[in-house]
Design a binder for this molecule. Structure first.
Ligand SMILES: Nc1ncnc2c1ncn2[C@@H]1O[C@H](COP(=O)(O)OP(=O)(O)O)[C@@H](O)[C@H]1O
Ligand SMILES: [Mg+2]
Length: 301
């Protein structure tokens, strides 16, 4: 840890810091309607902040199956990927790769077509493997792909909370709305957290949130949407991507890095209501439920 990072940690950690061995892991998916809005950067930097600044044990799952690039962002050269876990019987602990600040990463395979639509059995295999890691993990972050494909929906339905990344581009807004609509239809009342990315300041972030939540109030009255914060448009993000490092690590004092620590702090200060009786076991149940709902068996989620 650099001196600067150490200083920030001491200053910012506050009461929410440290591992939570007695609690089941908190499972947060990071998603968006439109691609290219910053999900992977948000996930990587949030993971770094939660781990480095707040001392949480973080597992990152690159669930942009078939097109994952979390390993590239963290400059990892994974020997095995999700593909080896699902098809070659590698154990999850063999496939997990250590990242910065003690983060562990489950890398997705890139360009593997079989992974673009996981079967329910593959989903269950994955989820039960996560379940066994439960005691070693405080927070599981899932970087999903964009859009409303079945894989994306599955991971978003299975998590306890879904962070929806939205930028000021009108297409990002409308696609986010479409995604919320589909998610809400499958799982009414699912906690959705709105994260404004690439905005000028908090004010623009809140304006963006107001715009979307006003439409939601009108058309999706039972939507459970709240504001998770904002991240500024910051040219250093691109620089960090080129350097294959999380910006929060590369430049802890950059505006984006400060903002992501604030998002992490706010998340930790508002654990989900179902936290205590849930965790990854619930994730598994939800997956089964969402399958049943889809197949018209009975109500889920
Ligand atoms: N807050 C930001 N400021 C500036 N550039 C950003 C910001 N967030 C993301 N980007 C840039 O947007 C591009 C897409 O980001 P990425 O995380 O790969 O999106 P996604 O995973 O949603 O496809 C990257 O080139 C990244 O550098
Ligand atoms: Mg991505």
């Amino acid at each position: 840890m650099t001196d600067q990072a150490e200083g920030l940690r001491k200053k910012e950690a506050g009461i929410a810091s440290g591992p939570d061995p007695s609690l089941p892991p908190r499972v947060i998916s990071v998603t968006s309607g439109k691609g290219g809005v910053g999900k992977t950067n948000v996930t990587a930097n949030l993971a770094y902040a939660l781990s480095e600044t707040f001392g949480k044990r973080v597992l990152v799952f690159d669930a942009d199956l078939g097109l994952g690039n979390m390993d590239v962002l963290f400059n990892l050269r994974p020997r095995w990927t999700l593909k080896d876990f699902l098809f070659e019987d590698r154990s999850l602990s063999e496939v997990l790769v250590p990242g910065p600040a003690g983060i562990r990463i489950l890398p997705a395979a890139s360009g593997v077509e079989e992974l673009t639509a996981l079967t329910p059995e593959q989903n269950l295999k994955l989820i039960s493997a996560f379940d066994q890691l439960g005691e070693e993990v405080d927070i599981l972050l899932i970087d999903t792909g964009a859009g409303i494909s079945e894989n994306v929906l599955t991971f978003n339905l299975a998590s306890q909370e879904t962070l929806i990344v939205v930028t000021p581009e009108p297409t990002s807004r409308t696609d986010a709305f479409a995604l919320m609509k589909v998610l809400n239809r499958r799982y009414s009342g699912k906690p959705l957290l709105f994260l404004a990315n690439m905005v000028r300041d908090r004010r623009e972030g809140l304006e963006l949130y107001d715009l979307v939540s006003r439409v939601a109030d009108r058309f999706l009255p039972d939507l459970n949407l709240s504001f998770a914060g904002y991240l500024p448009q910051d040219p250093s993000v691109t620089q960090a991507v080129r350097n294959q490092k999380a910006l929060a690590e590369m430049l802890p004092g950059a505006p984006f890095s400060t903002a992501i620590r604030q998002v992490a702090r706010d998340l930790l200060s508002r654990p989900p209501r179902e936290m205590l009786q849930s965790g990854i076991g619930l994730l598994m149940k939800r997956l089964v439920d969402s399958r049943q709902t889809r197949e018209g068996v009975s109500g889920g989620g």
